[in-house]
Design a protein around this ligand. Sequence first.
Ligand code: SF4
Length: 206
Amino acid sequence: MIEQALRDFFGTLVEVSSLDTDLLLFAMLVAVCIITFDSLQIIATRKRREAGLEKKSITLGLDGSKMLPVKNYVSESQGLAGRPDAIIIENGFIIPVERKPLARKLRDRYVAQLLVYMRLIEEVEGKKPPYGYLILGSNCRRVKITNTDNRQAWLQKMIDEMHEILDGAQAMATPRVSKCKRCDVSSACSFKAEEASEQLVKVGQR
Ligand code: SF4
């Protein structure tokens, strides 16, 4: 009788200690999962910030991502092609995002590039993006560029000029004193603009 009681007592002890071990292992597993999830959240938040994305944005594509690759947009009719750094959806619109990590300020060429993406998205996806985002500098300053008719007309003028040059028209240099002063190749450049003579210069006329 006593022997049976002792056997039951030790059996219960083994079960309780086994249950404790299982519980402990389960608790550890939960803790590891929470830590891993938190780390992934931090990484995802940082990546989203670097790409200029907000929580309300839905990421459709990220350049370099295997899971969410960005589409290569090509327009045969416009003679244009491009792939933004990221594509997001905001308020039902497909929005291009372009990162310029070394940029110190907003430049026309960045705006032109983004306008090209918006034009391509409109043709390929059938819906005009009302704006796009430029992410500038190491602090990821986000600049919203609206897709206005005036801006698209400005872009069209540049595209027309490029096509004319490709068809044989003479290219025009537009040197500026402020740029030429800081230019690394100014000593070897025959189009360099100087203080008193800032003007448009036709390539090949000097
Ligand atoms: S020096 Fe020549 S290459 Fe340099 S910015 Fe001026 S025009 Fe352009």
